[in-house]
Design a protein around this ligand. Structure first.
Ligand code: R5P
Length: 281
């Protein structure tokens, strides 16, 4: 087995390779004069693990090119973050079901897919091949243990994050709750007023994705207004679009950490261990 990665997921791929004690394949990346991506790899093996998150369109091209380079091998695609997963329904007439076409496209050239906290489990069948979605709830709980908060309240900002909050809280032996969010636009959300006994409490808001930070910021403002002592936030996928980090700090959130499914300075814990374990099975 060898591990190969897109440019976006090099560090995570290196961590997985170290844990499995398997070689990383060297890839030289460049562009043709017209901007098209070109790559050339060292020797691949008959069992390949491709690691690459899809955040921007070029990531998809890199994944497809790597899939083709590995053609003929048994391929496991590790897709730590799957962009376009939030368009998992045709919410309005005339819209694509983006998650479906992305999953079908990526699933077509590989033998198996591993995802991490996929936005919606209903996407899994679209890959059309055996697909395992792993949860980082345990690793998030371990990251929260390192915060200086005492018996934190673990809060999901919407119903979609309620199970994640529950699982993290169960691992750490803490309490959990969730809020109700109404999305007004791509950048605006409303959190329904809800009285939660947060006065004097350290609150950790957890979610699968922080994109613009609107969800977390709106929830944090309400909780601070209700007397929370401190707010930290832990997500799986730190997209951190549109100045999200500064937005979150400016509303008074103390710590903002994400995993390395999207590598950034906020990556405070790693998905490598759980992925390596799944690849070993
Ligand atoms: C949506 O259902 C997701 O779980 C996140 O809550 C959402 O993607 C966060 O987006 P933003 O940071 O832009 O509010």
């Amino acid at each position: 087995m060898k591990i190969i990665s897109t440019r976006r997921s090099q560090v995570l791929a290196g961590r997985i390779a170290d844990l499995l004690q398997k070689p990383l394949v060297d890839v030289r990346w460049t562009r043709f004069p017209d901007g098209e991506i070109y790559l050339r790899t060292d020797e691949i093996s008959n069992q390949m693990v491709i690691v690459g998150s899809l955040v921007e369109s070029d990531d998809l091209i890199e994944l497809l090119l790597l899939t083709d380079v590995c053609n003929g091998s048994e391929i496991t695609l590790v897709l730590p973050y799957m962009g376009y997963a939030r368009q998992d329904k045709q919410f309005n007439p005339g819209e694509p079901l983006s998650a479906r076409i992305i999953a079908r496209t990526l699933g077509s050239g590989v033998n198996r897919v591993i995802t991490i906290n996929l936005h919606e489990k209903t996407i899994i069948p679209y890959f059309g091949i055996p697909t395992t979605d792993l949860s980082l709830a345990g690793d998030m709980a371990a990251a929260i243990q390192n915060f200086s908060c005492k018996s934190p309240l673990i809060l999901g900002p919407d119903i979609g994050a309620a199970n994640l909050a529950y699982d993290i809280a169960a691992t750490g032996g803490w309490e959990s709750d969730h809020l109700h969010k109404v999305r007004l636009s791509g950048i605006e959300v409303r959190i329904e007023p809800k009285e939660i006994p947060v006065k004097g409490r350290d609150v950790v808001i957890v979610d699968d994705i922080i994109s613009t930070g609107g969800t977390q910021a709106t929830a944090a403002a309400m909780l601070l207004e209700q007397g929370a002592a401190s707010i930290c936030t832990v997500c799986v996928h730190g997209v951190l679009a549109s100045g999200a980090y500064t937005h979150l700090k400016s509303v008074g959130i103390n710590q903002i950490i994400s995993s390395d499914t999207i590598e950034s300075a906020c990556s405070g814990y790693s998905a490598a261990r759980i992925i390596a374990n799944a690849l070993n099975r």
